[in-house]
Write a protein that binds this ligand. Structure first.
Ligand code: FE
Length: 420
């Protein structure tokens, strides 16, 4: 069984990654940052977790206002380092624990947290900046992560209460994962800072100290506060600190503080905190009823013949092929496909089997493989296949026979009126 051994709370200001990359540990202005994180790094080295669940927010880097989810769970197997304007930092990309992430996705959905799920996105300083100080990573990272991106930039934000509740649900999710994994939950963000407008440079050290007390001893009180309370006390951007409540909610009511540090060099209070969970025994009856609840919505769906529900697992497995099919909405992609499909397969990194299925228009093969139909119909639109021809092919019928099963025999597709 997976268990949460503790939680880490940390600021995620780019200053931390900057200090690491410029090797500023001996500079008196920067040294306290390294000193603050040294005990966190030592704790992680001693505890050797198998996975870090990292709660962070993106800073208009990989997520934009065309789609701004409140809670987006990363289900990918790998995450690159985002370019935030001057090229990405020269650090290793990091593995994702996709299986645990998918499990958490189902569990939280059963608890009525309707998350967004993301793949194919790079992570910005919100995630990688604090990670830089948590382990040696010159030869790669010692653990995979599951990232949870929280939308804390565009109001309305999730409430502080919602973050705490999500953390509580996250604990049940992680502790119902069948594999023996040691998990550490990392909450990032803050502390007090405001980086825009006339109040730019606002800090509140006494509030930061109070917050550090409360997150440990009375998170309920923090959950009662409004976004305006957080903005007034800790700056508008400092309101991102509600992400720490996800971490705190995932821990036991009582925790043991192992480490706490705070340093305010310039714009943001840089804090780190390590809280250890009380050991608790899993209740076998509770666990089996919880698992039944999580499985309830899809119970029996695998008995429906000829149905291939598009699940998180299928989405992860077929991301590359689905993206290839989806990108038929981009004129340059379909032009390249028409001109030289083999070259485009190569460029997009399709596997031998994926290439074969596309080349042979193996519609049922692609569906069985896990591709979503709405990608197939885009390929059909580009190559002149009508939707009913694809349906007939998937059903294993002659087109004419299939059409006889319809009320009228018609042909159509999603193709527009592009000039070839
Ligand atoms: Fe931030």
């Amino acid at each position: 069984m997976a268990r949460i051994i503790g939680g880490i709370a940390t600021s995620h200001t780019p200053t931390i990654g900057f200090a690491h990359d410029r090797r500023l540990q001996d500079d008196p202005a920067w040294a306290p940052i390294f000193q603050g994180y040294a005990p966190v790094k030592a704790w992680l080295a001693e505890k050797k977790p198998d996975v870090l669940f990292v709660v962070y927010n993106d800073h208009v880097t990989s997520f934009f206002f065309d789609q701004c989810p409140a809670f987006a769970l990363g289900i990918d197997t790998h995450y690159g380092v985002a370019d935030e304007g001057g090229g990405p930092r020269k650090i290793h990309s990091i593995d994702g624990h996709s299986k645990l992430a998918c499990h958490i996705g189902y569990c939280l959905a059963a608890e009525e947290f309707d998350l967004s799920f993301f793949q194919g996105k790079n992570l910005d300083h919100g995630c990688f900046s604090p990670l830089s100080m948590l382990a040696e990573h010159e030869d790669g990272w010692p653990w995979p992560i599951v990232p949870l991106q929280v939308g804390v930039l565009q109001f309305p934000l999730p409430t502080a209460r919602r973050c705490l509740k999500l953390g509580q649900a996250l604990r049940r999710a992680i502790e119902s994962y069948p594999e023996d994994l040691k998990v550490v939950v990392v909450g990032t963000g803050g502390l007090s800072h405001q980086v825009h407008g006339e109040r730019s440079g606002f800090n509140n050290v006494s509030w930061d100290e109070q917050f550090l007390d409360l997150i440990e001893s009375d998170p309920e009180q923090l959950a009662e506060m409004t976004h305006a309370d957080y903005a007034r006390l800790g700056g508008v951007e400092g309101a991102e600190i509600i992400m720490w409540l996800v971490m705190r909610g995932a821990l036991t009511a009582k925790v043991k503080r192992v480490h706490r540090a705070y340093y305010l060099p310039s714009m943001t209070g840089i804090a780190s905190l390590v809280l250890e969970n009380e050991t608790s025994k899993a209740d076998a009856d509770l666990l089996s009823s919880y698992r039944a609840r999580v499985g309830h919505q899809l119970d029996g769906i695998d008995q429906i013949e000829g149905a291939h529900p598009f699940t998180l697992e299928a989405s992860v497995k077929t991301y590359r092929l689905n993206k290839f099919l989806h990108d038929m909405v981009i004129p340059e992609h379909r032009t390249a496909f028409r001109a030289d499909p083999e070259a485009l397969f190569e460029k997009c990194g399709l596997s031998t089997e994926e290439r074969r299925m596309v080349r042979e228009f193996d519609w049922i093969g692609m569906v069985r493989y896990g591709a979503i139909f709405f990608g197939l119909e885009k390929l059909g639109a580009v190559t002149g296949y009508s939707n009913p021809e694809m349906y007939a092919s998937m059903a294993g019928m002659d087109f004419e026979d299939f059409q006889r099963t319809r009320n009228v025999s018609i042909k159509y597709s999603v193709a527009g009126v592009e000039k070839k």
